[in-house]
Design a protein around this ligand. Structure first.
Ligand SMILES: CC(C)(COP(=O)(O)OP(=O)(O)OC[C@H]1O[C@@H](n2cnc3c(N)ncnc32)[C@H](O)[C@@H]1OP(=O)(O)O)[C@@H](O)C(=O)NCCC(=O)NCCS
Length: 330
């Protein structure tokens, strides 16, 4: 039995400067501020500059997390970057970040693609690798430049997504019952046709025709995703609570994936937990996929919503359709 716990030592986040509000979007496609806000809860989202890469955003979030943890780049020996919009398909975004951040060349660096569940998957992976005893301090980043894969003529998707980055430093303490108490990861692989980018992979490499058809952009069956998302998040939340013998009313704060306010409200109803125990920032950032939970986590910590001893539930779902939950005692 393990005698140590994996704990979050610091968090950081970054949102690009450029704000794209609903009114501006309504001048680009046939939509309205009223439609977007009533169906999704989103008022605005951030867009990275053309020359601002996912790695650049990840580096800033990481620097803020390191500063909060009081650590130096040289202290990190494991870097996991959760993203589905890396700078390039190859090499990994983690390698760009390692170099820009000045991490040790003895740092294990890799990307993890679990779409919007990516940060929860990466956190679990980092904790397992730390618990193995072979790594001491992990940097876990969730970052996306979704604006690079949005079809700006498709009103059913372009109103939903945004860019950003969040990071956490994970370490170990010689104490049990703190930090990551447990996780529950999974996927409904039968839902790979509900949310996808069809071209640019090895099955259908990019062609002139695929670019003309904007097949390198995100496509989604929104209604189906909505239903499966609510089911997956509810199950993932219930399972982890049961596994850790914790009742919903013992949770101080839920940090759900920020895809849609209505999905978060449905989870609040299912878990019978009031909305004031949920972190919501989807109104300001839209859906930033793997960056959504670490940005919300960082904002919650910095605004004093998380105190020592509190139990926080992270719960996510995303393309795949992947899902994941994690319980953390601070
Ligand atoms: C996308 C989503 C907001 C759409 O809401 P909805 O209530 O299901 O809306 P529908 O898809 O049924 O569309 C209703 C109508 O609005 C229209 N519509 C779609 N997008 C629109 C927009 N941006 N502005 C105005 N009208 C729009 C549709 O064309 C449809 O018109 P029709 O009835 O004439 O065909 C919702 O399905 C959703 O949030 N799904 C989950 C998406 C998600 O979370 N994805 C990320 C997973 S990590």
């Amino acid at each position: 039995m393990s005698t140590c716990s994996t704990v979050i030592l610091g968090t950081g986040s970054y949102a690009p400067e450029r704000v794209l509000g609903n009114a501006e979007l309504a001048r680009m496609v046939e939509t309205s501020d009223e439609w977007i806000r009533s169906r999704t809860g989103i008022s605005e989202r951030r867009l990275a500059a053309t020359d601002e890469n996912a790695s650049d955003m990840g580096v800033i979030a990481a620097q803020r997390a390191l500063a909060e943890a009081g650590l130096q780049p040289a202290d990190i020996d494991l870097l996991i970057v959760a993203t589905c919009t890396p700078d390039m398909p190859m090499p990994a975004c983690a390698c760009f970040i390692q170099h820009k951040l000045g991490l040790n060349t003895r740092t294990a660096c890799f990307d993890l693609n679990a779409a919007c569940s990516g940060f929860v998957y990466a956190l679990d992976t980092a904790c397992a690798m730390l618990t193995s005893g072979r790594y001491q301090k992990a940097l876990v980043i969730g970052v996306e430049k979704l604006s690079s894969v949005i079809d700006w003529q498709d009103r059913t998707t372009c109103v939903l997504f945004g860019d950003g980055a969040g990071a956490a430093i994970v370490g170990k303490v010689d104490e049990v019952g703190r930090g990551l108490l447990g996780t529950r990861l999974g996927a409904f692989g039968e839902g790979t046709d509900l949310l996808y980018i069809s071209h640019g992979g090895s099955r259908s490499p990019t062609t002139a025709e695929s670019i003309a058809a904007r097949d390198h952009c995100i496509r989604m069956k929104g209604k189906e995703v909505f239903k499966l998302a609510v089911r997956a998040m509810d199950e993932a939340a219930r399972d982890i609570l049961e596994q850790c013998h914790i009742r919903p009313d013992q949770i101080s704060l839920v940090i759900p994936h920020q895809a849609n306010l209505r999905i978060i409200e449905a989870i609040s109803e299912y878990l019978e937990l009031p909305m004031d125990r949920f972190v919501v920032n989807v109104d300001r950032y839209g859906n930033t996929s793997a960056a959504s939970i670490p940005i919300a986590l960082d904002e919650a910590r910095r605004s004093g919503r998380i105190k020592t001893g509190d139990v926080t539930l992270l719960v996510a779902f995303g393309a795949g359709l992947t899902y994941g939950s994690a319980l953390i005692r601070w």
